[in-house]
Design a protein around this ligand. Structure first.
Ligand code: MG
Length: 386
């Protein structure tokens, strides 16, 4: 039996890598649904190559364009936010959740409500909704397989039978493109510089998050909710070679880690094949070609987003939601050259200070807090002075 796959965010970096893996295993996987925001031209190519049953396009103009150009008569074409559930009404075994930002929350919830297995690449949905996602998944029986390389590494070496014997999770960080820059050199960083990651090929938002190290901060919160680990048992360590993708330390002194060349096709294929494994065309790591592996503590002064993430996680309630939403607005403003690189953590910090912290009891609460925080962050961006 082929596994039926639906991809939310099929034209982004993770979506394209997922399709690349599926292309090599036509006997194992069948694409049934593809969902995108904007890029209808790329979606047309994907529809020709993978022949899904249903597509969903969020952007109204792209939806109209796609309908004009589409030649496949039996393809169901949906539009708008309400289509997340409808796209899953076709049989789906695995949802690949690859939409960037908190926009990825509703598709994840739609998949969880249906008890579908999720290959989760969208960390923001976990960060912004506290323990709601994992408790909803427990109720519906939906299995969440992390695609984020660090969490995927931890998942691979996590001994759940001995959970009480885990002394800490160690999240590795490449340190991003500015690891070796002096703090005084960060003033005039351009978006082009910030999105040039030294090891990983990724989308723009996550690349900027890697440059500010907010990505690691979001991953700290993601790890807390995903593995139910207190924040003082999660350590961030800089490892510029990006070979060890994260570790679990046990009370007997063992540290287990997963290694490999930095290529997202490895964690994606793990999630698609779980509990089995499949071959990929990822370059295999040759241990003899590694001269050295280095590790050191992160610089909290140079990367203030790390501290903001730690303190939001300590506060809990809506603080991580506000952190995430204001960061999305700040990163977008930076990419559109409205604010400087150094203003990103300032916008986040000011939004956290201005917003009132409240409890999160439902997905509706998450959406409201997310929107309120975006509004606050936008006002700060528009007020200038950054
Ligand atoms: Mg990651």
């Amino acid at each position: 039996m082929k596994k039926k796959i639906t991809i939310f965010g099929s034209t982004g970096s993770i979506g394209v890598s997922t399709l690349d893996i599926i292309k090599d295993h036509p006997d194992k996987y069948e694409v049934v649904g593809l969902s995108i925001n904007n890029n209808y031209e790329k979606l047309l190519e994907q529809v020709r190559s993978y022949n899904p049953k249903v597509v969903s396009i969020q952007n109204e103009r792209s939806y109209i364009k796609f309908k004009e150009l589409n030649k496949s008569n039996d393809l169901k074409i949906l539009n708008g936010n309400d289509s997340y559930g409808e796209i899953l009404d076709n049989d789906t075994d695995i949802v690949v959740a690859a939409i960037t930002g908190s926009a990825g929350l509703l598709p994840v919830v739609a998949a969880i409500e249906r008890g579908i297995t999720i290959a989760l690449a969208n960390k923001e949905s976990l960060v912004c909704s506290g323990s709601l996602i994992t408790s909803l998944a427990k109720k519906s029986g939906s299995l969440i397989l992390p695609v984020d390389s660090e969490h995927n590494a931890i998942y691979q070496v996590l001994d759940l039978k001995n959970k009480s014997k885990i002394s800490k999770l160690i999240l590795t960080a490449s340190g991003g493109p500015f690891l070796n820059k002096d703090i005084n050199q960060l003033n005039n960083i351009t978006p082009e510089q910030a999105i040039k990651h030294p090891n990983w090929s990724m989308g723009k938002k996550i690349s900027v998050d890697s440059a500010t190290m907010m990505n690691k901060g979001l991953e700290l919160i993601e790890a807390h909710y995903l593995f139910d680990m207190p924040e003082d048992k999660i350590e961030i360590i800089v490892h510029p070679e990006s070979i060890i993708h994260s570790c679990v330390e046990y009370t007997d002194g063992s540290i287990l880690s997963q290694m490999g060349n930095p290529d997202m096709r490895t964690p994606i294929s793990f999630a698609l094949a779980y509990p089995s494994r499949i071959s990929t065309s990822v370059d295999k790591l040759r241990l003899s070609s590694i001269e050295k592996l280095t590790f050191f503590e992160p610089d909290f002064e140079k990367f203030p987003c790390l501290e903001l993430a730690y303190s939001s996680l300590k506060t809990k309630k809506s603080a991580p939601t506000i952190l995430n939403a204001s960061n999305e607005i700040a990163v977008d403003a930076f990419l559109n050259q409205k604010i400087s690189y150094l203003s990103i953590p300032k916008i986040v910090e000011k939004t956290l200070n201005k917003a009132s912290i409240s409890d999160i009891n439902s997905i509706k609460d998450v959406i409201e807090i997310d929107q309120e925080s975006r509004k606050l962050a936008k006002e700060l961006v528009d007020s200038g002075g950054f």
